[in-house]
Design a protein around this ligand. Structure first.
Ligand code: FES
Ligand code: FES
Length: 857
């Protein structure tokens, strides 16, 4: 028996298990999160005898007689201080890392009540945050230290919650104190656990599956195979390319090592590995195709029936070959960019259970409850309304939680067994299975005249889309549509091909193909500037798109366009720095290109409060806060009367997926319209009491023109955000400072937007300098600790400048999306800075021979 004191209470356990499952499963103290289970992320940090300690590392034997404190065990004052400090500074996004940050902070403040900035960074070194870039978390810790040191009342923040206010995020307190629920924090009575057995080989024919021994295991409830899928065994994020097997059937060929072959269900999650080990699968091993070149080679076997090309794009405007031939300067380079892992802090988890006679209820942490409903219903062969999906808190997504990962397996097991079933990925499963940022090979040829005015672009892009379609088609399309950059020239010839391989699938990742294109576009621009004899800033400013001018895709830039202002805002610091690189770019808000895209909202009056009901998943961007502020702005009501509901297919209308930087504009505008209907009633003299029970529905469904439209100036997207980023290096190549100017229109919550930009920039720093997702024969080799994620101590100061154009767009109170643009320009800016530092023009990420990464032998 092991006995220790947890939050002031003596507790015992007969089993020598790790502290983290003891806290979470036995004591139900769920503020400590399981981000990796490998000691690499810090989400599980608790305090043991005054020291910040990772609860996933130590077994109870080692902790015998010791004193453990979790966030639940903080004093009421400490809770109040940390909740205020983290909300006030805008330090909370997805929130999954925050309780661990709080405990690291408490341990620091306990030993050093007046920590310096460097002390704080050092104390947080073991805690990864994938959302915030650490800046605001460090501010929160400094503020908490001051409040705890000085005593007195914790300030109250009066805020009308209007557009433009630094309104506290509505979920900041529950995320800081660990009371908010992510899917894995939920336990349902009688809940079983399932986890798929994955393919032993990236490409192999499954000859037979024998689960007879596994079924004899005392904890085994069932082992499901493809034969148990009642509806369609194929799922897919895009309905028209459903190519992903729920379970690989006997006789079929696997496509990557993450393919599910069998689905054991156990009474105890601890037994799942033992049960899996008893399943005998016989394979005929086949050679995997691990690069687009192998997949495209003549005679290569087909990965999917239709062949090895997922999609092809060819965008042509004008005669690029002729324009390049007649250009004064022409530069051509090949770029090679790797797969990247999202590394969101919360591993995927879903719980499904029977509901009613023939329905299923699904708790999930994905990016769209309606996509999940559609895919699960199709798999089960039932009408969508039989699948009731409730969104829980999402511990980060960045595009990596758009596809099914755990939801369909949980739903299948619950449906077959008529029992609640949880499926939770280990960190290694998460790293292996969800779609990655595409590896791309890009060959860009760019021309300009003697003054550096761009003339034309010819680009060839090949993406490795891995085993399944996911969003590989749209990602390739966006890589192509944005390849020419935010500049005023119109002659382009851009060809892209997305190729299936036996690597893990690639799909949506913040930037959506544009992160890759930007590296090539901006790299070539730096070389052209050199040829012309002007600075990298100058060539961007001379070509920067201005309102009324025509973007390379033919769309006329609207009056909100403020790229030139962004460049002007960073000029002085760029030119004043000894070693600096610069990049400017753009990103669309919304799916665009004629794809139906609708934001929807119901505003209802219930119990004297205004409920804002949308299904827009908050994956850390603060969606509930955005809709609350838009509702307050539109109705004039205070935020205390507004309740932003969590996504629920029975309560909230389909607001589309959290993708394409679309939610603030699309669901924000739908919210504004619905709130306006309520406001009209209030203006007519009616009170909320008079309106009790009333619902106000609105949607926003703008028109965009399809790809290849024959209009001279098609509207591809309803809005574009613009940015210019400067990366400044020290002499040794370490990052000294990042200066970023962003045109996001009328910013709903400046502090929140700033936090997103800081987080996006740190993600881009990783992309350029450290992050990698190595594969060997189609098998991922990374662990969370080796992904190359930046830590607090490595992040330089960042200055974020908000810039606005001469007019605001009418939608969503003038806001434009920030999510993806936040991470696009910083990586090429850093590449440009390194070129300036040592004259080596790097075309491969993560860059080698830098302060952060030595040359590979
Ligand atoms: S869960 Fe313990 S360090 Fe990641
Ligand atoms: S807020 Fe830190 S990981 Fe999301």
């Amino acid at each position: 028996m092991y006995t220790l004191t947890v939050n002031g209470r003596s507790v015992s356990c007969g089993e020598n298990k790790k502290l983290l499952p003891f806290l979470r499963d036995d004591l139900r103290l769920t503020s400590a999160k399981d981000g990796c289970g490998q000691g690499a992320c810090g989400a599980c940090t608790v305090i043991v005898d005054g020291k910040a300690t990772r609860a996933c590392i130590f077994t109870l034997e080692k902790l015998q007689g010791k004193t453990v404190t979790t966030v639940e065990g903080l004093s009421p004052r400490e809770k109040e201080v940390f909740a205020f400090a983290f909300a006030e500074t805008g330090a909370v996004q997805c929130g999954f890392c925050i309780p661990g940050m709080v405990m690291s902070a408490k341990a620091l403040i306990g030993q050093n009540p007046e920590p310096t900035g460097a002390d704080i960074k050092k104390a947080l070194r073991g805690n990864i945050c994938r959302c915030t870039g650490y800046v605001k978390i460090e501010e929160a810790v400094a503020l908490a230290a001051r409040l705890l040191r000085e005593g007195g009342a914790v300030p109250k923040r009066a805020c009308a919650g209007l557009v433009g206010d630094d309104f506290h995020r509505v979920d900041a307190a529950e995320k800081t104190l660990g009371t908010g629920l992510y899917a894995d924090d939920i336990v349902v009575d009688g809940m079983l656990h399932a986890s798929a057995l994955r393919s032993a080989h990236p490409r192999a024919r499954v000859l037979s599956i024998d689960a007879s021994e596994a079924r004899k295991h005392p904890d085994c409830v069932a082992v499901l195979t493809a034969k148990d899928v009642p509806g369609n065994n194929k799922i897919g994020h895009l309905e028209f390319v459903s190519d992903y097997d729920v379970l690989i059937a006997e006789g079929d060929i696997t496509r990557f090592v993450g393919d599910a072959v069998a689905l054991p269900v156990s009474r105890a999650k601890e037994s799942l590995d033992a049960i899996k080990a008893l399943i005998r699968v016989e394979y005929e091993v086949l050679e995997p195709m691990t690069s687009p070149a192998m997949s495209l080679a003549p005679g290569a076997p087909k990965i999917h029936e239709k062949g090895n090309i997922l999609s092809h794009e060819h965008l042509v405007r004008g005669d690029a070959a002729a324009a390049l031939k007649n250009s004064r300067h022409v530069v051509s380079r090949k770029y090679s960019l790797p797969f990247t892992e999202h590394a969101f802090m919360e591993p995927e988890c879903a719980i499904a259970m029977p509901e009613g006679d023939d329905g299923v209820l699904l708790y999930t942490g994905g990016q769209s409850i309606y996509d999940e409903q559609r895919e699960v219903a199709r798999m089960l062969g039932v009408p969508p309304e039989k699948v009731h999906v409730q969104g829980q808190l999402v511990g980060g997504g960045f595009g990596g939680k758009e596809d099914m990962s755990v939801q369909h397996h949980a739903a299948l097991a619950a449906w077959v067994l008529k029992k609640p079933v949880k499926v939770l990925f280990t960190r290694q499963e998460s790293i292996m299975i969800h779609p990655k940022r595409h590896a791309m090979e890009l060959e860009f040829t760019t021309g300009c005249d003697e003054n550096g005015i761009l003339t034309a672009l010819k680009a060839v892009i090949v993406s490795d889309t891995g085993a399944y379609a996911s969003l590989g088609g749209p990602v390739l399309q966006r890589a192509c549509t944005h390849a020419a950059g935010p500049y005023n020239y119109q002659i382009i010839d851009i060809e892209g091909t997305a190729v299936y391989t036996n690597n893990p699938p690639a799909g949506a990742f913040r930037g959506f193909g544009v992160s890759q294109s930007a590296v090539a576009t901006e790299g070539n621009l730096n070389l052209l500037a050199e040829m012309v004899g002007i600075s990298p800033w100058e060539i961007r400013r001379r070509n920067a798109i201005l309102p009324g001018q025509v973007l390379p895709n033919g769309q006329i830039a609207d009056d909100s366009t403020a790229l030139a202002e962004c460049l002007d805002a960073v000029r002085e610091q760029y030119e004043g720095a000894k070693i600096a690189g610069i990049s400017s770019f753009l990103k669309n808000s919304g799916l665009g290109v004629g794809v139906p895209d609708v934001g929807r909202c119901i505003v209802s009056v219930e119990g004297g409060k205004v409920h804002v009901r949308t299904s827009a998943a908050c994956i850390g961007q603060g969606m509930a806060t955005v809709t609350t502020q838009i509702a307050c702005e539109t109705t004039g009501l205070p935020p205390s009367l507004v309740v932003a509901e969590q996504p629920d297919t029975r309560r909230t209308p389909n607001s589309g997926t959290t993708t394409a930087s679309r939610q603030t504009v699309f669901t924000g505008e739908a919210t504004r319209r619905a709130a306006e209907l309520l406001r009209k009633e209030l203006d007519a003299g009616r009170t909320l009491a008079d309106l009790e029970g009333r619902e106000f529905y609105a949607e926003y469904f703008p028109h965009t023109d399809k790809m290849g439209s024959d209009k001279p100036n098609p509207v591809s997207h309803v809005a574009y955000g613009y940015a210019a980023v400067v990366a400044i290096l020290n002499d040794d190549g370490s990052l000294k400072k990042i200066v970023a100017a962003y045109d996001l229109g009328n910013v709903i919550n400046p502090r929140s937007a700033e936090g997103q930009i800081e987080g996006g920039i740190v993600m881009a720093m990783g992309y350029a300098l450290t992050e990698d997702y190595p594969l060997e024969g189609g098998r991922p080799k990374a662990t969370y600790g080796t992904l190359g994620l930046f830590r607090a101590t490595e992040v330089p100061p960042m200055e974020i400048i908000m810039v606005q154009g001469k007019a605001a767009n009418p939608e969503a109170c003038g806001a434009k999306g920030v999510g993806e643009l936040a991470t696009i320009p910083a990586a090429p800016a850093i590449a440009g800075a390194y070129y300036k530092l040592d004259g080596e023009f790097r075309t491969k990420f993560p860059m080698e021979n830098t302060f952060y990464r030595k040359k590979k032998k």
